[in-house]
Design a protein around this ligand. Structure first.
Ligand code: SF4
Length: 496
């Protein structure tokens, strides 16, 4: 039996926007791996960075666990791990160094490690798992379990789907992106999580407590900016029975007020969602939940099935109100679908959030105004706004990689920095984001009907948009060569 410490490097403290937001979730994929390793007969401890005070907490956890092997397995259900934030990589590398110095063997897995294994190997990791990496992980742990003193070369020899250092060079034994591994469907090791700390943070910030689970892994769609280093285009859905049983378990064990279903695409098939709802009702296992889905999957039957199952909120990757931009993204949805989906879900009493993306390649002011119009027409209950973020492995990244400078990742999720030459600069998009948020707040605060105060606030907001449009139109009539675009844009920003 080995002593294994399983951990991850997403420190909420290192991401000021998320810390302030106060919506932490336990590292689901990390505790699924912990459960799998425990099922293999090993003693498993968890280092949960999420609510740790900082990376300095790791030394104490390492001393307490005294592990033979450390597995840093990032939570692939946490979308922030896909962004490969710079601060988290630094934290991971520091912990890797400490774990190696303690004499433990170190295995690393996650989106950033799959994209840039060299950085993690240089920090001291002996093996990086490429993609989900369950097959090589099971093999590595199996070999070490049989021979804890196994020579390092023999330990990794012949294992596919990993990166290692050979003569100081990163050597990859790629196998392509494999489908989600069925061994990871064991119930997550919830007992290793300090649930009460999570409950306390949620209650303090929001007055309720939310937990997370996932009904599927992966997504078969092909939006060309969406990085998929873990599951590629595979999609694997658990049975409705199994997912209903897990929600019931969470309800009975921890009494959450809400559940975040972290799937990229929840439900997918109406019959699955209908069965899920039926099974929950049969055992009184439903907890109000939030999902992510696509507008084109939100039929009337789906909206009804979601309501019946207890769905409280749906987030849709709307991205843009411009069909031209949606097509350029290969999003596969139509603008009217977004409006219809929002109305449909609203009629079933389900809140709707739109993810919006600014600054995609070729997006111009007219496209941004189309997004503004979409938000006005659809009136979502909430929006989440980001700028286009080129991640390795995507078509989008290939198109802009020649423009990427030294900065290839955001430091934290509030960075919102443009990393390629878009139509405008980062500050411009931050202002557009703020205007869109103000618009939603205004719409929501007067959902019951416009008052005179609303009309006044609306006129003021419109005037700020109009100033932006006027300046851009003025710029279009000028000689572009004589008036650098960036100068006009920074002038526009000062008026926003
Ligand atoms: S639907 Fe969502 S998860 Fe799937 S490819 Fe598009 S952005 Fe990615």
């Amino acid at each position: 039996m080995l002593k294994i410490q399983v951990g991850h490097s997403y420190f909420l403290r290192l991401d000021p926007k998320q810390w302030e937001r106060g919506k932490p979730y336990p590292p689901l994929a990390t505790i699924q791996v912990a459960a799998l390793l425990r099922q293999m007969g090993h003693e498993v401890a968890l280092f949960d960075a999420m609510l740790a005070d900082g990376v300095e907490d790791y030394a104490g956890a390492l001393r307490a666990a005294q592990p033979d092997v450390v597995v840093f397995y990032e939570d692939n259900f946490n979308f922030l791990t896909k962004m490969c934030l710079g601060r988290m990589r630094e934290a991971a590398c520091q912990m890797i160094g400490e774990a190696r110095a303690s004499g433990a063997r170190v295995i690393v897995a996650g989106s950033d490690a799959s994209d840039q294994p060299g950085a993690f190997l240089a920090a001291g990791a002996q093996v990086v798992l490429l993609g989900e990496g369950i097959a090589p992980l099971v093999e590595l742990i199996g070999r070490l379990g049989r021979d804890p003193a196994i020579d390092e070369r023999a330990w990794v020899s012949g294992i596919a789907g990993v990166a290692t250092l050979v003569s100081e060079q990163t050597q990859l034994t790629r196998v392509g992106v494999l489908p989600p591994d069925p061994r990871l469907t064991v119930r997550a090791a919830w007992d290793l999580v300090d649930i009460e700390r999570y409950r306390e943070v949620w209650r303090r910030h929001h007055g309720y407590f939310s937990l997370n689970m996932a009904a599927s892994r992966g997504c078969p769609f092909r939006c060309n900016w969406c990085a998929k280093p873990i599951w590629g285009n595979h999609y694997n859905q658990r049975t409705a029975q199994d997912v209903a049983a897990e929600m019931t378990y969470l309800k009975q064990s921890f009494s959450p007020d809400h559940i975040w279903l972290a799937d990229d695409i929840f439900g997918f098939h109406v019959d699955w969602v209908t069965e899920f709802g039926d099974r929950l009702r049969a055992v009184d296992g439903s907890v109000p939940f939030t999902i992510q889905t696509r507008a084109d999957l939100t039929s009337e039957r789906m909206a009804s099935a979601l309501e019946q199952a207890g769905c409280a909120e749906v987030w849709i990757g709307a991205e843009s109100g411009s069909q031209r931009v949606l097509d350029a993204m290969n999003k596969g949805t139509k603008v009217p679908d977004l409006i219809t989906a929002r109305q449909r879900l609203g009629q079933h009493g389900i809140r709707v959030g739109f993810f919006v993306q600014l600054g995609y390649l070729g997006e111009d002011l007219d496209d941004l105004l189309a997004t503004r119009e979409l938000i006005a027409q659809a009136a979502p209950d909430d929006i989440g706004v980001s700028v286009s973020y080129p991640l390795p492995g995507t078509k989008f990244y290939e198109k802009v990689k020649a423009q990427l400078g030294e900065k290839t990742h955001w430091q934290d999720s509030n960075d919102l920095a443009m990393m390629f030459q878009g139509a405008y600069d980062s500050d411009f998009y931050r202002h557009v984001r703020d205007l869109l948020h103000e618009q939603v707040t205004l719409q929501q605060s007067h959902a019951e009907g416009p008052t005179e105060r609303y009309r006044e606030a609306r006129r003021a907001l419109d005037a700020r948009w109009d100033a932006l449009v006027a300046r851009e139109h003025a710029h279009r009539t000028e000689d572009a060569a004589a008036t650098p675009r960036a100068a006009v844009h920074s002038n526009a920003q000062s008026q926003l």
